[in-house]
Design a protein around this ligand. Structure first.
Ligand code: SF4
Length: 228
């Protein structure tokens, strides 16, 4: 019954997870259509309006992903839609939901909530109450991933994590990654990543946290091309 529920899908593709603690893992991507935010550097502007997608049933999406061990439900903002039927249809797979952390969903079947709180240069601020709900409902199944364009973003990311510290489950991965458009490509990207890495390594305010500094692998490999 639930498998006949439909979701508005912008695109599907098979690629490598490009971000976060599962970077490099092959996965089937389901990009849902629509997002209420308009981040200044959004890398999927074609998936924001919610008018570019097609309606696909949860069971059809599960069939398309049959060959993959891992499925990444992304957007847009996937939690704008009711993804529960899709999570149910994908039972048995490693399911990641990529979200901005502005909409809460309690979904025990999700393996990893990859939450990207928006800071400074995006034009938005983190939503601490929503983040705290994820901390309470998904311990061991969440990571916080910050996209950083400048020093102000870095400080706001750190402040966000420190403010959450009493609620944050132990060993929650905290991922810092350069904002790709401002980081540029090739040697410029590496220089930006090195600067961020050295800044974080020299900053003992991250002490006791499970910090990672990572690139966006799909951006390095394919330059942010849709369907990759
Ligand atoms: S939340 Fe994500 S999809 Fe939505 S505008 Fe921001 S970067 Fe783009």
């Amino acid at each position: 019954m639930l498998a006949t529920a439909t979701l508005r899908v912008n695109e599907t593709f098979y690629s490598l997870q490009g971000e976060g603690s599962a970077i490099g893992v092959p996965a089937f991507f389901i990009r849902l259509d629509g997002c209420p935010l308009r981040c200044a550097w959004c890398d999927t502007p074609y998936a924001l309006e919610g008018t570019a997608g097609t309606e696909v049933t949860a069971s059809a999406l599960a069939a398309q992903s049959a060959h993959a061990n891992a499925v990444i439900i992304t957007g847009g903002e996937p939690l704008v839609q009711d993804v529960a039927p899709l999570v149910e249809a994908l039972h048995g797979k490693h399911i990641t939901i990529e979200t901005s952390g502005t909409i809460f969903a309690d979904l025990p079947g999700v393996s990893l909530f990859s939450i990207s709180p928006k800071v400074g240069s995006s034009g938005y601020r983190p939503k601490p109450l929503t983040l705290r709900k994820f901390c309470a409902s998904a311990p061991g199944r969440m990571q916080l991933k910050f996209v950083l364009a400048d020093d102000r973003d870095y400080e706001e990311a750190l402040a966000c994590v420190r403010d959450l510290r009493d609620a944050l489950p132990p060993d929650t991965p905290i991922v810092l990654q350069p904002e790709s458009a401002s980081a540029g490509s090739g040697a410029g990207y590496v220089t930006t990543l090195r600067r961020l890495s050295e800044k974080a390594l020299g900053d003992d305010r991250w002490s006791g946290l499970s910090l990672r500094v990572l690139p966006q692998l799909h951006y390095l490999l394919w330059g942010g091309e849709p369907g990759r």
